[in-house]
Design a protein around this ligand. Structure first.
Ligand SMILES: O=CC(=O)O
Length: 332
């Protein structure tokens, strides 16, 4: 197998199928491989006995398209081994594991999975908000512990309807969150890099302004140098003692140590967290009644994985037939 890719001629594969490189950590198996195999000539360095870098430098010079499986880091160094690369198909919504600057400089196009995951991630964000406000998980623990017959005062929650909700990052996921919470009678505002002309929600140029005007903040943005710890002491102070933070973006959007302090001292009203700074480690101090924790699951539903596979397939087919791609990620 290794020898069959030892020089450029080998890329004229017998099957005449378009060649696609799978970029994955050996531990990341994906059903995509079986799904794509009949349609593309897949190169998978993780299946080769050679180290990935020597596999790539020997075999991957003419690869035009790559699928990045989950959050396998894709560095400039690896990209440099792929001089013909034109397309990266990311199988995640967040793409902070990919060297975007290198992609931008080289004009590499990227597609991501937001289209496939947006509705489920938004459902999860809204579910976390409702759970935190109405104390659903707390009530569940109360009943399971047999406390109902003996102790009638299960902690009271707060209304969700008519809350002022601030969405940080109004991409596909953020928009879906906004649509859902409008139906609850919430007033929706947002912060994103730019004001979106066709959106009915009010825009705030900074997260601090948004926090001052919100009862709950829902984080749906990508993690970048600019958004790292975008939720800090000042923002939490502006959100106030009853303010709620929901995060379905990335853990490092929040300064987690500061959030823990604010929750412990009652300076933040509650939090619903699907992502953490050092996953899968979750600070034990977050195990509070006004905090709901979930293990980076917001995007996952069986239907969304099927939608992801369809999206990857459609994007690759479109690329090799020079047709417009779905879900292009704008690298800025
Ligand atoms: O968090 C998951 C993703 O970015 O796809």
């Amino acid at each position: 197998m290794a020898n069959s890719y030892a020089n450029q001629e080998c890329f004229q594969s017998n099957d005449d199928l378009p060649m696609v490189l799978l970029h994955r950590l050996p531990s990341f198996n994906s059903p995509l491989k079986d799904i794509l195999q009949p349609h593309f000539h897949l190169l998978d360095p993780a299946d080769s006995p050679e180290p990935a870098s020597s596999f790539l430098s020997c075999h991957a010079k003419s690869v035009r398209a790559l699928i990045c499986i989950y959050n396998t880091p894709l560095s400039a160094e690896t990209l440099n081994l792929l001089p013909s690369l034109e397309l990266i198909v990311a199988t995640t919504a967040g793409v902070e594991h990919i060297d975007l600057e290198e992609c931008r400089c080289r004009g590499i196009i990227m597609t991501n999975a937001s289209t496939a995951f947006a509705e489920d991630a938004a459902d999860h964000a809204v579910a976390l908000l409702i759970d935190v406000c109405r104390r659903i998980s707390t009530a569940d623990r109360f009943v399971r512990a047999g406390l109902w017959p003996v102790k009638r005062d299960c902690p009271l929650g707060f209304k969700v309807g008519r809350k002022r909700v601030g969405i940080v990052g109004l991409g596909r996921i953020g928009l879906e969150v906004g649509k859902r919470l409008e139906a609850f009678g919430c007033s929706i505002a947002y912060n994103s890099r730019k004001k979106k002309p066709s959106v009915p929600f009010s825009y705030h140029a900074t997260v601090l302004d948004l926090a001052e005007d919100s009862d709950a903040l829902i984080l749906c943005c990508s993690l970048t140098e600019q958004t790292h710890h975008i939720i800090n002491k000042d923002v939490l102070e502006a959100l106030g003692k009853e303010g709620v933070i929901i995060n379905v973006g990335r853990g490092a959007l929040i300064d987690e140590k500061v959030l823990v302090q604010f929750l412990l001292t009652g300076d933040t009203g509650g939090a619903g967290l699907d992502v953490f700074e050092n996953e899968p480690d979750v600070p034990r101090e977050l195990e509070l009644d006004n905090v709901v924790l979930s293990p980076h699951r917001a995007i996952f539903a069986s239907e969304s994985l099927e939608a992801l596979h369809q999206l990857v397939f459609t994007n690759l087919k479109a690329f090799f037939s020079n047709k417009p791609l779905q879900s292009v990620f704008q690298i800025e």
